[in-house]
Design a protein around this ligand. Structure first.
Ligand SMILES: NC(=O)c1ccc[n+]([C@@H]2O[C@H](COP(=O)([O-])OP(=O)(O)OC[C@H]3O[C@@H](n4cnc5c(N)ncnc54)[C@H](O)[C@@H]3O)[C@@H](O)[C@H]2O)c1
Length: 414
């Protein structure tokens, strides 16, 4: 095989990102088919990848009625449409790149892993953080033994105030019954990442969290239902006018404005704010997922970790401190600072994440993930996929356990 033949299942934001990667990397892969119900998004892939008529579908279900005609599928449908296609394509023998979260129930996650192992396919969930140059550099330092044995990890996910409002108050991940709980939709990346750095199994989890701010009772008395005609708007940091029109005014055409509308001009975005979900007052939405959550974890070997997710900050890279028996590491996605206990000196290491500005997505993680998945198939090298199926399941059990703990206010024994 000299090129992986790929089907895109779900050509929304993420499906297009992966398809665009393939456009730039024909030495690795070629998109040979697409399934997407929305015509505008489907056509984008059809045109840019020259997809033949017989390989264009409205629904992934139509694809599995055909004999296998590609090597791999990229499943980038919404969270609640992951399990069914993943199992169906695994049974057909396709290699699978599956968007996170793997699935939204523990049972579905287990069924996916069983199908993957039964059919012996390559399988990777898009935990892009594992694949960033930053993580790989950090991991190399840890693996070299420089900081000794890891005893504790502190990890912060600063979602960002307007990103919280965009995705988790007004947007696709605002309601648990339409997608999943916040720790799953956003922070499954982080628990997976902590698990990757720790290497050992997590034994106990405990969690607290709530929807603190984006509630009707926090609405200013003079606020309206929509930001375009709101008297409180000038004082509101979550104003949809502020969040979106500044992008449109700069002629920015991609995320987040392309989520609102395919017409990303000021006129198009203004119209979307007037009529669509993203123009709603953040205190008048039908959101129910938390806006702050903490998780504490006990790993095998008496190692501990704590994780904080909050929507009340400047949108930034995650920040982590790793405490080892011989030294300490601080990282913020771009810079690593290593303090050594013997020398009492701090070394600062800058990580180059800008080799290709187009690939800035997730600090280079989108690029790394795609490269490793496609190369694993081409070279038949499973080691390039940085999480085997059981490891992946393990991370999800941590997420389900932590959420159970938050709800029941108890420590969960994994
Ligand atoms: N890895 C990451 O860091 C990351 C980042 C953002 C989102 N995500 C995840 O990626 C997934 C997709 O998110 P998105 O923002 O691209 O969403 P999106 O809504 O833009 O895209 C999903 C697409 O699936 C299509 N679809 C719906 N039903 C379908 C069907 N039956 N067959 C084929 N296609 C169908 C929709 O029309 C839509 O275009 C989600 O699960 C999300 O949580 C991952």
């Amino acid at each position: 095989m000299n090129q992986v033949k790929v089907l895109i299942i779900g050509a929304g934001n993420r499906g297009q990102t992966y398809a665009n990667y393939i456009l730039r990397h024909h030495e690795l892969a070629k998109v040979v088919g697409v399934a997407e119900p929305r015509q505008f998004h489907r056509e984008k892939i059809v045109q840019s990848h020259n997809i033949p008529e017989q390989n264009i579908f409205d629904d992934w279900k139509e694809v599995v009625t055909r004999d296998k005609f590609a090597d791999a599928v990229i499943i980038a449908t919404q969270d609640n449409i992951h399990a069914e296609p993943a199992i169906a394509f695994a049974e057909k023998g396709y290699h699978i790149l599956l968007e996170k979260p793997m699935a939204t129930t523990e049972e579905e996650c287990r069924l996916i892993i069983e199908a993957v192992e039964r059919n012996k396919i390559y399988f990777s969930v898009c935990h892009v953080l594992r694949y960033t140059p930053f993580t790989q550099r950090l991991k190399a330092i840890i693996d070299s033994g420089t900081i000794g044995e890891i005893v504790n990890i502190q990890h912060l996910e600063p979602v960002g105030y307007w990103h919280q409002a965009h995705s988790f108050v007004r947007g696709n991940w605002r309601k648990e019954d339409e997608s999943s709980f916040m720790l799953m939709t956003k922070s499954c990346h982080d628990l997976d990442w902590i698990r990757y750095i720790m290497v050992t199994h997590c034994r106990f989890v405990s969690s607290f969290g709530s929807l603190n701010h984006f509630r009707k009772e926090k609405k200013p008395t003079n606020a309206s239902k929509r930001c375009l005609d709101c008297a409180a708007e000038p004082e509101c940091p979550y104003s949809a006018k502020k969040v979106y029109l500044r992008f449109a005014e700069k002629n920015h055409k991609s995320w987040p404005v392309d989520i609102l509308t395919s017409d990303t001009t000021v006129k198009g975005v203004t119209e979307a704010l007037r009529t669509g979900p993203y123009g709603r007052c953040v205190y008048e939405c039908d959101n129910d997922v938390v806006d702050n959550q903490v998780v504490i974890m006990q790993f095998e070997g008496n190692k501990t970790a704590s994780f904080t997710m909050t929507g009340f900050n400047k949108m930034a890279f995650r920040k982590t401190i790793i405490f080892g028996t011989k030294g300490e590491l601080y990282g913020d996605g771009k810079v690593i600072k290593h303090y050594d206990f013997l020398t009492e000196k701090t070394e600062t290491i800058k990580v180059d994440i800008t080799d290709n500005p187009l690939l800035a997505g997730h600090g280079g993680g989108d690029d790394g993930l795609m490269n490793n998945f496609l190369t694993a198939i081409l070279k038949d090298d499973p080691n390039l996929i940085l999480s085997d199926p059981q490891d992946t399941l393990d991370s999800y059990l941590m997420v389900f356990g932590a959420e159970l703990s938050r709800r029941n206010k108890e420590v969960v024994d994994l």
